[in-house]
Design a protein around this ligand. Structure first.
Ligand SMILES: *Cc1c(COP(=O)(O)O)cnc(C)c1O
Length: 432
């Protein structure tokens, strides 16, 4: 999209929105109005991503793993579209209910849940409508102690992992879920204890990519086979999220239809392997990243330009406290200059570095950027997922502001934190 054009229209629905597809002028306007660092989220792109997921998986139950981005307008947008909420903590359940997800569309998947989380969830008036997913017999006991008698789902450790990085692969990590070969027993025991067992669940981590779907197929096949092995009639079998998005400019977009076809085939294969001639439980998917990653950019301003023998260090006002993925996972995020004269500037090799006193605080190394100057506005791509959500106050740094844009109209979603916000809890402790 060239300068001067408006927001991409919602009738455009390409498989991916690249950083280069965002219009520069409206992003500059947002930075002028709201300051930087600033997360900008395009809700129309969230809707478009939802539409593509729905058309690739028309038969599946679709949920959103809310931990990717819990800002209110994102949750409202998806709740309004009948998408379910997959929650990993009590706070996510609270936000999802507040944003309008009906209780029966909310699943809480407890991973080593703190007592406070279970107290909250089991104490909700509408807990009966929700689905609680447990990944250990021990959790099942704790839930029973709290009188929960609602719908239950058992999380399985499928023993196969997807993932572009060991830290985001959960499929073979013993922390997550009941071991595969004990799963049928645990599921039966849950049913025997009077829980309404409605589903089985597995999530292998993030990074399903088009070139190799073999791990994903194997996970889905195993889940189909397990469903056939559990005597109870289940409502659904959830096979997780992890649908990849291209972070590098030249990575191909995920072929959703191919993923859907592989999922469908593997599921039927696993189910029929159990010699079943009935229809299997409904398939359920729960992407997080895919809904929101390319619907968001991070805007940041250059504050320091330092030529060094190795490279030009471009110091910006966003860093690992704003977007931690590069520091935490070594993730790549595209970075682009947004100044109107960008096309006329010479390209210079740069490291784009944040203001935090940590070596890891680099948003991008060895980038080629239009000759940077202090005050330039830069955009960081694919920042809609696990961006604001993972931001922190390390270095006593206030967290950034967030704006949501719908039909080209911006509105503030989260105000920028102030220095007073950063010390608020200590101040309150002193006053109390
Ligand atoms: C994080 C998570 C997801 C979503 O992962 P993405 O890579 O964002 O799609 C799905 N299910 C569970 C249980 C998760 O914890």
């Amino acid at each position: 999209m060239a300068d001067g054009e408006g927001w991409p229209t919602s009738t455009d629905n390409p498989a991916v929105r690249r950083l280069s597809d965002w219009p520069a002028e409206p992003l500059r306007d947002l930075a002028d109005e709201f300051g930087t660092p600033l997360y900008a989220l395009d809700l129309d792109r969230v809707k478009a991503n939802t539409g593509r997921l729905r058309s690739a998986f028309p038969e599946a139950d679709l949920s959103y793993a809310v931990k990717a981005n819990t800002t209110r307008p994102v949750l409202e947008t998806l709740a309004n579209r009948g998408v379910g909420a997959e929650c990993a903590a009590a706070g996510e359940v609270q936000r999802s209910l507040a944003a309008g997800f009906p209780p029966h569309r909310v699943r809480y998947t407890a991973v080593n849940p703190p007592a406070r989380d279970l107290d909250y969830v089991c104490g909700l008036d509408d807990a009966g409508g929700m689905i609680l997913t447990v990944g250990a017999m021990d959790t099942l006991n704790r839930v029973a102690e709290r009188g929960f008698d609602g719908r239950l789902c058992v999380r399985i450790n499928p023993g196969v992992g997807a993932g572009h990085h060991a830290k985001v692969s959960t499929g073979a990590e013993p922390k997550f879920g009941v071991p595969y070969d004990r799963a049928a027993t645990v599921a039966r025991r849950a049913a025997d204890r009077g829980f309404e067992l409605v589903g089985l669940h597995a999530h292998a981590g993030s990074g399903i990519a088009g070139d190799d779907l073999s791990d994903h197929r194997e996970l889905v096949r195993r889940m189909g086979a397990l469903a056939a092995d559990v005597e109870d009639r289940l409502d659904f079998v959830a096979v997780g999220g992890g649908f990849g998005v291209p972070y590098r400019e030249d990575d191909p977009a995920l072929d959703l239809d191919a993923v859907a076809a592989a999922t469908r085939e593997a599921y039927a294969e696993g189910w029929r392997g159990g010699a079943n001639d009935t229809a299997p439980p409904q398939l359920a998917i729960e992407p997080g990243r895919y809904f929101v990653a390319d619907a968001g950019v991070l805007l940041t301003t250059v504050n320091t330009v330092k030529p060094t023998p190795e490279t030009t260090v471009v110091g910006v006002d966003a860093g690992m406290t704003t977007l931690v993925r590069p520091a935490m996972y070594g993730s790549y995020h595209a970075i682009r200059g947004l100044e109107p004269d960008t096309p006329r500037r010479e390209l210079v090799p740069c490291d784009v570095s944040g203001p935090v006193c940590e070596t890891a605080d680099v948003l991008g190394r060895d980038r080629s950027l239009p000759d940077p100057a202090r005050g330039d506005l830069l955009a960081v791509g694919n920042a809609g997922a696990y961006g604001y959500e993972m931001s922190s106050n390390y270095n006593s740094r206030p967290r950034p502001a967030v704006v949501a844009v719908e039909h080209g109209e911006p509105r503030l979603v989260a105000r920028r934190e102030t220095l007073a916000d950063v010390t608020r809890f200590e101040a309150e402790a002193e006053d109390s």
